[in-house]
Design a binder for this molecule. Structure first.
Ligand code: ADP
Ligand code: MG
Length: 485
C-alpha cells in the first residue's frame, strides 16, 4: 500500500500536483513512445472529493486507456494519491488532434464509470448504441465480383481456398486476418469482394463492409472534423466482416494507423472476420507501425501471382461467356499470349477489341487483335529510346554500343549502326539531327543515307530481313514488359 498524500483540496492546481505525481510513476513503467502517445495528451481538470478528473481527447482515447492501462492507472492512483481516490474522465472531442485538423472543440460531460468500478466487460464496446445492430448497412460490395466469376488457377489457389474457408466460418478460422497481396491487376479486389458477397449470400443478416483504405482514412478525417469520431468507431466496431482494400495506403499515416489498429483489435478480439489486401507482403510494408504489421501476420497471408497462359485464356473465355460474346479461340490465345502480368490489362484488350470490331465493322481477327494490343500497350508504355535501340541492335549484331558510336568501318558494325539509325527513325520521335548526334555526332544526311541503305538491304536480303524482323519484335517487346512472344 502506498503513501497517502494529504492534499489540500482547496488549494489551486491540486489536480496538477497529484496528476504529476501519477505521471512520474507512469513514466517509469511505460515505454517513452506509449507515454508520449497516451499520457502526454491527458490534462488534469480537477481533484475534488476524492475524485480526480482528467481530460482526454476523445472517447477512443478513453477506451484505449481503460483497455490498456486500467490496471496501471488504478495502482498508480492508489499509491500516489490514496486508496479511496477515483478517476473520472472528461472527454474533449476533436481538439488538438494529431492530424492537425481543427474542429470545433466541444466538452462533453462524461458519464464514464469510475476507474476502480470498471470491469473490462463494461468497457468492451462503449460505442455500440443498443439496437444499432439491427441497422441495415450497405456492404459496398460489387455484385459481379463473385467466386463464380473468379477463375481458379495455380496463381490464386491458396488465396481462393482460404477465401472459401472463411465463407464457411467467418471469423472462426485461423485465417484472421486474411491478407491477400499481389501486384496490381491480379485480382485482389475481386477476391475480397467475392468473399464478402458469398458471406452475405449465406447469411444476409451479417454486417459486411467493404472499404478502401483511402476511403477509410477520409472518413476518419471527416469524422474528426465533424466531431463524429464516435459514430465512426461505432460503425466499424459492429461489423461482422470488415474488408479493407489496399492497406498499403496506410503507410506513414500515423493517425489512421492508430485508429485502424484500435478497430482491428476490437473486431479481432470478438472473432469478427477481417480481410485485407495489399500490393506487397506485410513484412515489406514501409511506413507502418510494427505492432500493426505483426497483427497482419496473425492470420494467413496469401499472394496472388501472375496467371499462367491457360488461366489467362480461361479468364478471357469466362469473361466473354458472361458478356455474351464469341471470339475465336485463336484470338483468345493470341491475346493471352501477349498480355501476361496484369488481368485488368488482359480484359482491357478484350473489351477494346470488341469495341473496335463493332465500331469499325471489322472482323475480329489476329490483325485487329495485334492492332489493339499495340495501341493498348502503347498507351501505358514507356517510350523506345535511341539508347534502347542501340543496345538491342548491338546484342543482335555482335557489336557494342561504343562501336556503334565510333568510327569503325567493319561491315557488321556499319550495318548495325545504320540499322540502329533506321530503327531510331522508325520507333522514336527524334529528329534526324538528334539521331545523328547520338551516333558520335553524325549529321542528318548520314542518317538519311543510313535509312535508305537499310531499306535497300531489306528489299534484297531475305536473311537480313528476318534478322531485322526479330530485332523489331524485340523493340516492341521492350515497349512493355507484359508484351512478349
Ligand atoms: P487488383 O485489386 O489486384 O489490382 P482486381 O481485383 O481489380 O485487381 O482485378 C482486375 C481485373 O481482373 C478485374 O476486372 C477482375 O475481375 C479481373 N480478375 C482478376 N483475377 C481474376 C480471376 N482469377 N478470374 C477472373 N477475373 C479476374
Ligand atoms: Mg484493387
Amino acid at each position: 500500500m502506498g503513501v497517502i498524500k494529504h492534499v489540500d483540496k482547496n488549494m489551486e492546481q491540486t489536480h496538477d500536483i497529484v496528476w504529476n505525481d501519477c505521471l512520474n510513476q507512469i513514466k517509469k513503467e511505460v515505454k517513452p513512445q506509449s507515454y508520449k502517445t497516451w499520457f502526454d495528451p491527458i490534462k488534469p481538470i480537477k481533484y475534488d472529493q476524492d475524485i480526480l478528473t482528467i481530460q482526454v481527447p476523445n472517447k477512443f482515447f478513453y477506451e484505449w486507456l481503460e483497455q490498456h492501462y486500467l490496471e496501471l492507472l488504478k495502482r498508480v492512483i492508489k499509491n500516489e494519491i490514496g486508496p479511496k481516490v477515483k478517476l473520472e474522465y472528461q472527454i474533449l472531442i476533436g481538439k488538438n488532434d494529431e492530424s492537425g485538423l481543427k474542429s470545433n472543440a466541444r466538452v462533453s460531460t462524461s458519464q464514464q464509470p469510475k476507474a476502480d468500478q470498471l470491469h473490462s466487460q463494461d468497457i468492451k464496446n462503449p460505442f455500440v448504441i443498443p439496437g444499432i445492430k439491427k441497422l441495415n448497412i450497405d456492404p459496398q460490395l460489387i455484385e459481379n465480383y463473385t467466386f463464380d466469376a473468379f477463375v481458379e488457377g495455380d496463381c490464386n489457389r491458396l488465396a481462393r481456398s482460404a477465401g472459401l474457408a472463411i465463407v464457411d466460418k467467418p471469423g472462426k478460422t485461423s485465417f484472421n486476418p486474411l491478407v491477400i497481396y499481389g501486384n496490381v491487376g491480379l485480382g485482389k479486389t475481386h477476391l475480397a469482394h467475392a468473399i464478402g458477397n458469398a458471406i452475405l449470400e449465406r447469411d444476409p443478416k451479417k454486417n459486411v463492409q467493404y472499404v478502401s483504405m483511402e476511403k477509410f482514412s477520409n472518413q476518419m478525417i471527416h469524422a474528426i472534423q465533424t466531431n463524429t469520431v464516435n459514430d465512426f468507431l461505432n460503425f466499424y466496431q459492429l461489423l461482422d466482416v470488415l474488408i479493407v482494400d489496399d492497406i498499403h495506403f496506410l503507410a506513414n499515416k500515423v493517425k489512421t494507423q492508430e485508429i485502424f489498429f484500435h478497430i482491428f483489435n476490437q473486431l479481432h478480439q470478438s472473432h469478427k472476420q477481417i480481410i485485407l489486401t495489399s500490393d506487397r507482403a506485410p513484412k515489406d510494408l514501409d511506413g507502418m507501425e510494427n505492432r500493426l504489421i505483426s497483427r497482419f501476420k496473425w492470420g494467413l497471408t496469401a499472394d496472388l501471382q501472375a496467371p499462367d497462359l491457360e488461366t489467362r485464356m480461361a479468364i478471357l473465355q469466362a469473361k466473354m461467356a458472361r458478356e455474351g460474346y464469341h471470339i475465336p479461340t485463336k484470338i483468345i490465345e493470341y491475346i493471352s499470349y501477349h498480355i501476361k502480368n496484369n488481368i485488368r490489362e488482359l480484359e482491357g484488350v478484350l473489351i477494346s477489341l470488341i469495341a473496335q470490331s463493332s465500331l469499325n465493322k471489322k472482323e475480329i481477327d489476329v490483325t485487329l487483335a495485334q492492332e489493339v494490343i499495340q495501341q493498348f500497350v502503347n498507351k501505358v508504355n514507356k517510350e523506345v529510346t535511341i539508347e534502347g535501340i542501340q543496345e538491342l541492335v548491338s546484342e543482335n549484331f555482335d557489336t557494342s554500343v561504343e562501336q556503334l558510336n565510333g568510327k569503325s568501318r567493319k561491315r557488321n558494325v556499319v550495318i548495325a549502326r545504320q540499322l540502329s539509325m533506321y530503327l531510331s527513325k522508325k520507333y522514336t520521335k527524334n529528329s534526324l539531327k538528334t539521331i545523328g548526334e547520338y551516333f558520335g555526332g553524325k549529321d542528318h544526311s548520314t542518317v538519311i543515307y543510313s535509312c535508305n541503305a537499310i531499306k535497300d538491304l531489306l528489299e534484297t536480303d531475305a536473311k537480313f530481313r528476318m534478322k531485322v524482323h526479330e530485332v523489331e519484335r524485340q523493340v516492341r517487346v521492350s515497349l512493355n514488359s507484359s508484351v512478349e512472344e
